[in-house]
Design a protein around this ligand. Structure first.
Ligand SMILES: C[S@@+](CC[C@H](N)C(=O)[O-])C[C@H]1O[C@@H](n2cnc3c(N)ncnc32)[C@H](O)[C@@H]1O
Length: 225
């Protein structure tokens, strides 16, 4: 039963190949293995234009990135997601509608340097990243210092991370990690939906949490060096 579902999933992704950024070789990619060549691309090579490029990590079903891309045809969007089963419908939608300014990368954030050339990304969105609440899991939170250093290598000078979460502990942890890694923190909101912030695009998880009355935390962290 599981096998049949997987086959179906592969077929659905197969028809949308041109909307996926892919590398060959091992998955997970292992840069230490001989023969693992650098296949990373610039956004210009991926999209065929010189528009600025924004990246969402952990895009889930893609609701946020598709809406953002429709509002901003002058920007390229790369959407990263670990689980193919989650984004298969979003990939199918951009293929059907022939949306030109979005491409998906099916990988874990830690492997992004294998896909994207350094210093090419203007902005990174982290929306409702999995909070991983146990202390022992802090090094897999997407705002752990190891990830923030990776994001610095991907982003241009002055690149920005825009983060939203419902989880106060993840939010506090993230603020500490941004400071530790030398990011400049700005525009903090402790209750986004009751603030004067304009143009917010509600994500799937944001809708789920805010409709239960939970406050949404938001911050921007700017790369300084
Ligand atoms: C809680 S969901 C949020 C989805 C969406 N951003 C939203 O706000 O509705 C977190 C998503 O991040 C993905 N994810 C978790 N760890 C990841 C990683 N290391 N790299 C890429 N995606 C990851 C999960 O598979 C999941 O789809």
């Amino acid at each position: 039963m599981r096998l049949r579902r997987k086959k179906h999933l592969d077929q659905r992704l197969e028809i949308s190949q041109e909307y996926l950024v892919k590398i060959s070789g091992n998955y997970p990619p292992n840069p230490n293995l001989p023969g693992e060549i650098d296949e990373s691309l610039t956004p210009a090579e991926i999209f065929g234009n010189d528009n600025p490029t924004h990246l969402e990590i952990g895009c889930g079903k893609g609701q946020f990135i598709l809406e953002l891309a429709a509002r901003h045809p002058e920007i390229n969007f790369l959407a990263v997601e670990l689980q193919p089963s989650v984004i298969v419908d979003a990939v199918k939608k951009i293929a059907e509608d022939d949306i030109k300014n979005v491409k998906f990368i099916l990988t874990a954030a830690e492997y992004l340097a294998r896909y994207i050339k350094p210093h090419t990304i203007e902005r990174i969105y982290l929306n409702f990243s999995t909070p991983f609440p146990k202390k022992s899991q802090k090094n897999i939170r997407l705002t752990y210092s190891r990830y923030l250093e990776l994001y610095k290598t991907l982003m241009v000078e002055g690149g920005e991370i825009h983060q939203k979460t419902d989880n106060m502990h993840l939010f506090e942890f993230s603020l500490e990690e941004y400071s530790k890694c030398g990011y400049h923190i700005r525009n903090i909101s402790l209750d986004l939906h009751n603030s004067d912030f304009e143009g917010n695009i509600v994500t799937e998880y944001e809708y789920k949490f805010s409709s239960k009355g939970m406050p949404i935390y938001r911050v921007e962290a700017v790369k300084r060096d």
